[in-house]
Design a binder for this molecule. Structure first.
Ligand code: AMP
Ligand code: FE
Ligand code: FE
Ligand code: ZN
Length: 276
């Protein structure tokens, strides 16, 4: 069993990178992919710990992109070579635009009468503070009861505290990952909509997509079978993982997913390396 989709506390997970390696070993994983949102900081810290412990670790990243006006998550896997310096530089530019968005969102929330500071958000968000960290502070301070309410009232795109941030076009993100030495894989494709997924993935293939996340905690057995068939039809490689976020999503477990609905075979990684 392997898990190619996990988050550390360098993005919106709660587990420090070194602890994630220990959890992977305890879960009996044969390989672990670290795929933080927009940052390689979690992987960079986990890699030496994994090497020391003899765990096969895969460098990955999960990018938020825009396609037809909608947000689509794209995974990038660097299975046979490290990401190029140019790719890392591009990621840093995106992190800067996120920090700029965060500053503007603090202004907006403060203008709505909330006592919240950038320092508070960055203290929980580390290298990559995002809206889930804003939500955590709003809950801590008693402005809302829970994360969902924080999004509904303040942070969702339709809510009063929201400010926009630049997200790369899907095609650009695909190209950046390929040029950087990686394999782009569309994350949790069930979110594309069960009726549109096949057509949309066809368009993505035209843009250079190389893989699809067939196995995911949000996928039913029927979804998994459907995406396996789509991968086959378009000649795409297959990826899979739990989307582990630690205590931020407590029902999802490393390796085994949502109430044990996941078991990604080692052959997935072997095939991915062969495809690279
Ligand atoms: P950001 O990248 O900072 O814009 O934050 C995006 C993250 O916020 C997503 O990856 C989700 O984990 C979370 N998120 C976005 N919208 C919602 C929502 N309506 N309810 C709960 N969580 C959300
Ligand atoms: Fe996340
Ligand atoms: Fe995602
Ligand atoms: Zn994820």
């Amino acid at each position: 069993m392997i898990d190619l989709h996990s988050h550390t506390n360098e993005s919106d997970g709660t587990t420090p990178p070194a602890e994630l390696v220990q959890e992977a070993l305890a879960a009996g994983l044969e390989a672990l992919g670290v795929t933080d949102h927009d940052t390689l900081a979690g992987y960079d810290q986990a890699a030496p710990v994994a090497a020391e412990a003899g765990l096969d670790i895969v460098c990955g990243v999960e990018l938020s992109t825009k396609l037809h006006g909608k947000s689509v998550h794209l995974l990038g896997y660097f299975v046979n070579q490290p990401p190029s310096d140019e790719f890392r530089g591009w990621l840093h530019a995106m992190q800067e635009s996120r920090r700029d968005r965060n500053r503007r969102m603090i202004e907006r929330l403060r203008s709505l009468g909330l006592d919240i500071t950038l320092e508070e958000v960055q203290a929980v968000g580390r290298s990559l503070a995002g809206r889930p960290h804003f939500a955590r502070i709003l809950v801590q301070k008693g402005y809302v009861q829970n994360t969902q309410q924080a999004f509904d009232e303040y942070l969702d795109a339709s809510a009063k505290g929201y400010v926009d941030r630049m997200e790369p076009a899907f095609a650009e993100a695909v190209e950046r990952i390929v040029d950087g030495g990686g394999i782009p894989s569309v994350a949790h494709p069930v979110r594309l909509g069960r009726n549109h997924a096949e057509k949309t993935i066809g368009e993505m293939v035209e843009m250079g997509l190389k893989a699809v996340e067939v196995y995911h905690s949000d996928h039913s057995p029927a979804d998994t079978a459907a995406f396996l068939a789509i991968a086959d039809r378009y000649g795409l490689a297959v990826t899979g993982g739990s989307d582990f976020h630690g205590d931020a999503k407590p029902r999802i477990r490393l390796g085994t997913g949502h109430d044990g609905n996941l078991n990604v075979p080692l052959t997935v990684l072997q095939n991915l390396r062969a495809a690279a």
